[in-house]
Design a protein around this ligand. Structure first.
Ligand code: ZN
Length: 287
């Protein structure tokens, strides 16, 4: 499932083509994805100009010249394509295009026309059109915590959110009301990098540890985005794209393998918390 870095990679991949582009020849090939498409979806997109490409948590937000914002959630397998080529590929399952292509349109910018497609084999993704001045108040966004790469996210914010909290820090960090857009993979990686035990109650993580944790959450996300971004340079060279940060995981998916810390003789363990697998090194993450 795409997490924040993968969604950000898609945003960056679409931006050069879509920012300032006028949309036309919009086609919608089925009435719904996870949810029904908005009423008159095609008519409301056709002729609109995309003002810019934003991201909030795992949502892509494209404010339009019509006063509405086109919102897309990629779900599990949602993919955008440009000229039939996937943007910011991050999983090698589920081919894009073909019978799973649900939306297509032409984007005209600087006299050039590019064909944009959206495919979603499992249809857990969805799209919406929300008045731009009402996006923040919309139920999809109203309760979200700060962006982990934004100014609102800090050790002070976590200290406040975690105060007195008995739930473990791993599950607490997946709570989108505390911080938006973090998923299972990057929480595991950040806790490992920060040396914080996933088992400890959130309210018991010391302030200095929260400082380290905040920094490591930002760093792991930046590293992952950079890995996807490298893919996009290949994409521009018509190579097709595949993020490669999965090769840099310290703990995620590495149960039973040696800890990557050269000073540690331990191995990566897996524990299930809140129904999801946590990967961690009990030696390095003792606190
Ligand atoms: Zn270790």
């Amino acid at each position: 499932m795409p997490e924040l870095p993968e969604v950000e990679t898609v945003r960056r991949g679409l931006e050069p083509v879509l920012e300032g582009a006028r949309l036309s020849r919009v086609r919608q090939n089925r009435p719904d994805l996870r949810f029904p498409f908005p009423d008159r979806f095609v008519e409301r997109l056709d002729g609109a100009t995309v003002l810019r490409l934003d991201r909030r948590a795992k949502y892509l937000l494209f404010p339009l010249s019509t006063g509405e914002t086109w919102v897309t959630h990629l779900g599990m397998t949602g993919r955008f394509t440009l000229e039939g080529r996937e943007v910011g590929a991050f999983e090698d399952e589920a081919p894009s295009g073909g019978k799973h292509e649900h939306v297509s349109l032409s984007a005209m910018k600087d006299g050039a026309v590019t064909r944009l497609g959206f495919a979603d084999a499992r249809r857990f993704g969805f799209m919406g059109l929300i008045p731009t001045d009402q996006v923040e108040a919309h139920p999809w966004f109203a309760g979200l915590g700060p962006e982990p790469l934004g100014n609102g996210f800090s050790a002070a914010h976590l200290a406040q959110a975690f105060k007195g909290r008995k739930q473990n820090v791993k599950v607490s960090l997946l709570d989108q009301r505390i911080v938006a857009g973090l998923g299972n993979i990057y929480v595991c990686e950040a806790l490992y990098r920060a040396g914080v035990s996933p088992l400890i109650a959130a309210g018991r993580v010391s302030r200095p540890r929260l400082e380290v944790l905040t920094t490591q959450i930002r760093e792991v996300l930046k590293d992952a985005i950079a890995a996807g971004g490298s893919t996009l340079r290949d994409f521009a060279n018509a190579e097709g794209g595949q993020g490669y940060f999965q090769h840099s995981f310290d703990v995620y998916g590495r149960e039973g393998e040696p800890c990557r810390n050269p000073a540690c003789a331990g191995e990566v363990r897996r524990v299930v918390q809140g129904g999801r697998s946590t990967f961690w090194c009990p030696s390095c993450q003792a606190r």
